[in-house]
Design a protein around this ligand. Structure first.
Ligand code: UDP
Ligand code: MG
Length: 329
């Protein structure tokens, strides 16, 4: 019989004191259920990643780790954002387990979809994407903006799985390869498909947050979309080039038209229209410079190669086992 895989559930947490006491139990129940059904080994863990929370989140994680050895936690030295928190958890886990499942801490993603994810792993898949089948519980505005987000990303050349956020199973084999993607501007949804390996999707219904508030208002979502696009694609720069060619072509036609006009004795009187065009072109040029500047900014950050996460604390080390039995860190 195949050796039972060790699963680490990676849960990023930022100011989640309201939901953590509720959802931590749900994660543990799922983990023990999978262990009881001999789908995963007893070494499996729920790993919380505290992303520099300002409330009692880290205290709660520490208390949980004392209550049950299946709970462990790491803390980032400060708030670095959801993507960095997930990456920190994945990189920490990759040497201790066979599979990871990253999931938000607010109970919005259906925990039961983990069964199908682990089954897909048993069937040979190394990456299993959790995809939202519908968003009935989201407000119209959230649904509209979130779906627009995926369409915009794909249209701009950053290929992502439609309606998949960061709820996914990744094997440690894939994580070892993902660790070689050294970029500091991380957008996991776009990076994971680039690694390749056999993958599939599992569909689930997204529910409402159990408690607390979303940390992803429209502004942050737009920042994430723009970050994703500029991290994964150079299509915006190509669009600027195409736009430049179009404008140059139109200007050429305009010049021909003006020359013909002057030969026919029709002098151009419009001052306002000239100013309008100058202002419009000035705006477009600034916008294009901004987009190019964004890429230069990214190059600047990449050349600095600062650490993508800094782990300041870990819950009791004895809870982290090595994959080889009995080996302690
Ligand atoms: N999160 C994080 N760091 C942040 C913001 C959010 O680790 O700076 C975590 C948060 O605790 C949650 C997950 O990322 O587990 C998703 O955040 P949220 O539920 O607020 O986003 P939404 O589901 O509304 O898009
Ligand atoms: Mg949420």
């Amino acid at each position: 019989m195949k050796r039972l895989p060790c699963l680490y559930i990676i849960v990023p947490c930022y100011n989640e004191e309201q939901v953590l006491p509720i959802t931590s139990g749900l994660f543990l129940n799922k983990l023990t259920d999978l262990i009881d059904r001999h789908k995963i080994s007893n070494d499996s863990r729920v790993m919380f990643v505290n992303d520099g929370s300002k409330d009692r989140t880290w205290n709660i994680i520490q208390e949980l780790s004392c209550q049950n050895f299946h709970y462990i936690g790491i803390a980032q030295s400060r708030n670095r954002g959801h993507q960095n928190a997930v990456l920190a958890g994945l990189m920490e886990a990759k040497d201790h387990c066979d599979i990871t499942i990253s999931i938000d801490c607010d109970g919005q993603d259906d925990i039961n979809a983990m069964d199908a994810m682990v089954d897909a792993y048993w069937d040979g898949c190394e990456i299993v994407y959790g995809v939202r089948s519908k968003r009935d519980t989201d407000t119209f505005f959230k649904r509209f903006t979130a779906e627009g987000f995926y369409k915009l990303l794909n249209w701009m050349g950053a290929e992502v799985v439609y309606n998949h956020a960061d709820y996914r199973l990744i094997s440690s084999r894939v994580l070892q390869e993902l660790a070689n993607f050294k970029e500091v501007n991380i957008f996991l949804r776009g990076m994971v498909p680039l690694v390749g390996f056999k993958s599939t999707s599992v569909y689930y219904e997204r529910s409402e947050r159990i408690a607390g508030e979303s940390h992803y208002p429209l502004r942050k979502m737009l920042v994430l979309a723009f970050d994703g696009i500029t991290s994964l694609s150079v299509k915006p720069i190509r669009m600027i080039t195409a736009f430049g060619i179009l404008i140059a072509g139109l200007s050429f036609i305009g010049i021909v038209w003006a020359v013909i006009g002057s030969f026919l004795g029709k002098t151009v009187t419009g001052w306002a229209s000239t100013i309008c065009i100058i202002c419009f072109m000035g705006g477009i040029q600034l916008l294009c410079l901004g987009v190019i500047g964004e890429y230069i900014g990214k190059i600047y950050l990449e050349t600095k190669a600062r650490p993508r996460y800094i782990i300041s604390d870990r819950t009791s080390e004895k809870n982290v086992n090595n994959v080889e039995e009995g080996v302690q860190r």
